[in-house]
Design a protein around this ligand. Sequence first.
Ligand SMILES: [Fe+2]
Length: 293
Amino acid sequence: MADANVTAVREYGDTSWHDGPTRGVEDVVEGGAVLAFPQLAFALDPAEQRFLDPRWADPKAKNVSVRWPSGELRGAAGAADDLQQLRALIVRFAEQSEAFALRLFPHYRGHLRRGNTSFRPTDVAGRVRSWRQDDTRLHVDAFPSNPMQGTRLLRVFSNVNPSGAPRRWRVGEPFEAHARRYLGAIGRPLAGSAWLMHKSGITKRRRTEYDHVMLQLHDRAKADLGFQQSGPQARVDFAPGTTWVVYSDQVLHAAMGGQHMFEQTFLLDVEHLHRPETSPLRTLERLLHRPLR
Ligand SMILES: [Fe+2]
């Protein structure tokens, strides 16, 4: 895919999580590419294969997850013994993906923070949701109740589908082009609104102007059917056995289909990037000619 108008997908031949040829690729991921490892499977042992079934997910939860630093299992349904094994499987993914991320990005050592680890045994297709929650529409990640205040969202995904089904994504235009598309229409937040949302518990911490702009980008892209249908985009299929790494607050992405995936989120403050100027925060500040605090 050599189209400069669309996010690049770079493939690497690594076959091992702990040691492999690829390291020191901070500039590639910070530049907004998807790093794909088609021969890097997250292996389940025979006794763990039974967890590839939606019945382990609490129907009320979006996915099964382990929260850090507590290590608590959430969103799962089953007997205590089984859930202990399921938790161990998810924890193993957290540890392998963390060792992997620190090999790829040694510059982040000591600064990368482990966010939630999730297992998604349910099919992407068939989840009926509002347009705002519809992740089959191209978007950058931004969350109404969880302001990031500029902190980066780095994600490691693995497709563990046992029957050959790919994880089907679309990727869109580079972040700066995307920001320019909507930035002129985005106003400033209402005075006092960030304080009020934090005070009343709507947000976990204060929603900065950065968060306001990111949420607007998320919502405007999803609501813009013309952009969804005819904006710059490419299909990307991640076959079972593939692991991929992406800054999901920067790469326009849409999950079109697939079942059985692991995902690890990492958090990184902008000043610990190899090139902080590539971050959404610094990009938006440069385009708007002011700090977004
Ligand atoms: Fe997303």
